[in-house]
Unconditional design. Structure first.
Length: 272
């Protein structure tokens, strides 16, 4: 009789332990997912050169993140009324689509264990010369909400622009430009070829500038071999250009006018 009671007590204890374990498993399986995103790429990037960027998403939570996706916000132009990607994006997989200046990439289900716990994709991007600080931002999301921590769903990368050297002693320059109110890059002029004007300037050895044989201003590279600065004397005011080398033959930058605080003009100057 005593043995039977002991057995019954042991059985009850085992049952309670199993029930407790079952509850623990149930609680673990109901733990929300937690998508953690990282974006990697170069810390510096030469302008107009394509570099690879990789987005990696890992589920560090306790359950599957269903129908997950990543939106990559690319730099955008300041053109109006329509905006465009400020730069050149390429090399992205078929699971990504470019829409409204964003890469929208489908990841499917990101599990909390196994090989599908981490998913990644890569793309290439070339930054243009711009007066703005440009960055790429990636954000992950899932239909399984809420997540344990949504603060680790996004990341940004902003490579430092690198410009080639283009030391001048004198040159005849072909100039292209367009004019607007909020433009930050000649890349924006290239989107609208019909808006561009073209003319020729001479950079003389004595650091003067001439247009059609007449003195028009002064130029210098005091800030470095990858920079170009000049001032043009135009009627009652001046036009001042500050730019960077795009290559060993071309410079790009912005021209401002002393007679107007509204309009600016992106320039590209290339050695003939």
């Amino acid at each position: 009789m005593k043995k039977q009671k002991r057995f019954s007590r042991v059985a009850v204890c085992l049952l309670l332990i199993l029930v407790g374990l079952g509850a623990g498993v149930a609680n673990a399986s109901s733990t929300p997912p937690n998508l953690s995103l990282q974006i990697t790429g170069p810390s510096s990037a030469q302008v107009y050169s394509p570099y690879q960027y990789t987005v990696t998403v890992t589920n560090i939570g306790g359950s599957t993140a269903y129908t997950s996706s990543v939106v990559v916000d690319l730099p955008e132009t300041t053109t109006s009324p329509q905006k465009y990607v400020l730069g050149t994006v390429s090399g992205y997989p078929q699971t990504c689509q470019l829409a409204n200046r964003k890469l929208v990439c489908q990841l499917g289900n990101v599990t909390h264990t196994g090989p599908n716990r981490t998913k990644s994709f890569s793309f290439t991007f070339a930054f243009p010369i711009s007066t703005r600080s440009l960055q790429i931002k990636a954000t992950a999301s899932t239909v399984t909400t809420p997540e344990t921590n949504s603060n680790n769903n996004f990341a940004t990368i902003a490579p430092t622009p690198v410009y080639p050297n283009n030391q001048l002693t004198s040159a005849t320059m072909s100039v292209s430009n367009c004019t607007g109110t909020t433009l930050s890059s000649f890349f924006e002029c290239e989107l609208f070829p019909s808006s561009q004007q073209h003319f020729t300037l001479s950079l003389n050895p004595d650091l003067t500038m001439s247009y059609e044989g007449q003195f028009i201003g002064n130029w210098d590279q005091y800030a470095g071999a990858n920079r170009l600065h000049f001032v043009l004397f135009m009627g009652n005011g001046t036009a001042e250009f500050n730019g960077f080398a795009r290559s060993n033959t071309c410079f790009e930058g912005i021209t401002t006018f002393s007679t107007s605080t509204t309009y600016i003009s992106p320039y590209r100057l290339c050695i003939q």
